[in-house]
Design a binder for this molecule. Sequence first.
Ligand SMILES: Nc1ncnc2c1ncn2[C@@H]1O[C@H](COP(=O)(O)OP(=O)(O)OP(=O)(O)O)[C@@H](O)[C@H]1O
Ligand SMILES: [Mg+2]
Length: 323
Amino acid sequence: MNLKDAYEFFDELDDLDHGGSTKSNKKVSKKRESKKLETDARLFVRAQEVAREFKFTYKAARFEEAWLLSSLEDIADHRWVSDVLRKVKAGKEASVYLCKAGAALPGAEFVVAKVYRPRTLRNLRNDGMYRAGRPDLDDEGRIVIDDGMQHAMQKKTDYGRELLHQSWIAYEFTSMQELYAAGADVPKPHAMSSNVIVMDFIGGDNVSAPTLSDVKLARSEARVLFERIMHNVDILLAHERIHGDLSAYNILYWDGDITLIDFPQVVSPKANRHAFEIFQRDVKRVCDYFVRQGVQADARNLAISLWTSHGYRATRDEDDDAS
Ligand SMILES: Nc1ncnc2c1ncn2[C@@H]1O[C@H](COP(=O)(O)OP(=O)(O)OP(=O)(O)O)[C@@H](O)[C@H]1O
Ligand SMILES: [Mg+2]
């Protein structure tokens, strides 16, 4: 594919993604758009080179291939994965792929690679609410202290956006590391690169675990799992974290056990001024699901008792920015 074709191809992909842009948007973003296409085309050409070294079983759709190859280059180089077998699911922010574990993970058969969509194509969720009071992290998961980097992020330059994207992913990875070490039910995280997180696969022979939202539980089992999830919520609080998007859609169910996933938006109960609100919403969404499974649960009281048991004040005080 020559450069011109690559430009058109990414154009097509973008239209596909955003359902076409409006006239006024077009005018405003034309310059930015062409810059982005240039970058994406370069990425595509690079991916073609990588493709010669790293081949996988999964037949990616045309638009997926360049992104997947360039995203996984580093991960494959480090032997975290040796093959991509199939796509498990395409989410709003990332697609998750079942992979064969590489030589760096002796003993493991499968892992998944959560590959984030390119920053420019990601459906940005309103991340301001989650980022409040949360220092940004670099590609090693360390707090960014460099003035230039901080400035770029504040100004939302291209470089700054790249850094913010990286920080979002780093929060997911470092939270999973800490929570896994604390005994929470999360997939074991193995590696992070600029666009990918490699973690344990939850599921069995060729079947990935469904999310709780797709499962109907017997009442007796529901009670036990509900308590297990609340135990996990408690571990998170003990490690100064609130999931921030917890619901039956972000909990996997396999072999009678639950696993919490999808952590990039985690917030600090101490530093985020919306923390209690976000926490209550998490607890309520879990309770809503379990009430439908026949469990008696009072979301409000439960949230307050968990929250206060960790010494936090159960208020919605806007000024309660304890950072
Ligand atoms: N470790 C895992 N093992 C098996 N399946 C997984 C794993 N992690 C994620 N999945 C699958 O991939 C889906 C998307 O993962 P995740 O929720 O982390 O990404 P997302 O892009 O934020 O998705 P969404 O926008 O749908 O919430 C999950 O609903 C689940 O079906
Ligand atoms: Mg999710």
